[in-house]
Design a protein around this ligand. Structure first.
Ligand code: IPD
Ligand code: CA
Length: 270
């Protein structure tokens, strides 16, 4: 399958899962379990969505690998792995805030974001009926509209998205970095879904984004979508984007954010 065909498959599966998730939301949602901390929740819909995605991928591509936030792990034989967040923005989902999404990335090689090569991705926000897709070398799209990041943004006028982890100590350190940065830019947004934050970079609704502590499934699809729209992705000091730091913005703003975050000691947040 070409990268474009993988993108279309990811899109169709994300649409199916998104429809399920939206229906479950209308029926009422409650916390099924907690994970790393009491704030880190999972609902029955997260699990059901991951199961559906996993079975649809297995039907279409039985020999591929799978890595899902809710525990799905499968080493395939093709070298291709599907990296899935069945609901990104679970807390928004719980509260009925529309910024949640199904995120499906298709990567080749390693399952480590530092080393994998992203082939395709789809992020679908069912409550907004917004579908973002990208394929490697094929551009990023929202519906039929090709996406391009904002360019030539004065850092002082940049709207920058970020997010916080679930560990209370890390959140305090993250907030200290925000406190240092917020006076130098237009404003900060904490939307609550890293996958959608990255799509919003692609869409021009955010100028930049950074976060410490992202998991592979939070960024697999969104990072490709942002990159295909012209964003630079990376960590601090020239390292690749990973859990220690993920920054996304057009190259000039990227350089500003990287330098500023270094200066604020963001390297020690993780
Ligand atoms: C979270 C969201 C949030 C980000 C956290 C993620 P989840 O994912 O993407 O925006 O700040 O780091 O863990 O738990 O809603 O799937
Ligand atoms: Ca997530």
């Amino acid at each position: 399958m070409s990268a474009r065909e993988l993108q279309n498959l990811a899109r169709d599966i994300a649409a199916r899962a998104g429809e399920l998730v939206r229906r479950r939301r209308a029926e009422g949602v409650s916390v099924a379990a907690t994970k790393s901390s009491p704030e880190d929740i999972v609902t029955a819909a997260d699990r059901e969505s991951e199961e559906l995605i996993r079975s649809l991928i297995a039907d279409a591509r039985p020999d591929d690998g799978f890595l899902g936030e809710e525990g799905g792990r499968e080493f395939g034989t093709t070298g291709v792995t599907w990296v899935v967040d069945p609901i990104d923005g679970t807390v928004n989902y719980l509260y009925g805030i529309d910024d949640y999404a199904v995120s499906i990335g298709v990567v080749e090689g390693s399952r480590d974001p530092r080393e994998w090569s992203a082939l395709a991705g789809a992020v679908y926000a069912p409550a907004r009926d917004e579908m973002y897709v990208a394929s490697s070398g094929g551009g990023a799209y929202r519906g039929n509209r090709r996406l391009a990041v904002n360019t030539g943004v004065d850092p002082r006028l940049a709207l920058v998205g970020t997010g916080f982890g679930y560990d209370p100590e890390r959140r305090r350190r993250q907030l200290a970095v925000v406190a240092g940065l917020i006076g130098d830019i237009r404003d900060i947004r904490r939307i609550g879904s890293a996958a959608l934050d990255l799509c919003r970079i692609a869409d021009g609704q955010l100028d930049g984004f950074y976060e410490v502590g992202l998991n592979p499934w939070d960024m697999a699809a969104g990072a490709l979508i942002a990159r295909e729209a012209g964003a630079q992705l990376g960590g601090l000091g020239g390292s690749p984007a990973d859990a220690h730091m993920t920054i996304a913005a057009e190259p000039e703003l990227f350089a500003f954010l990287e330098a500023r975050l270094e200066g604020l000691g963001a390297a020690s947040v993780f």
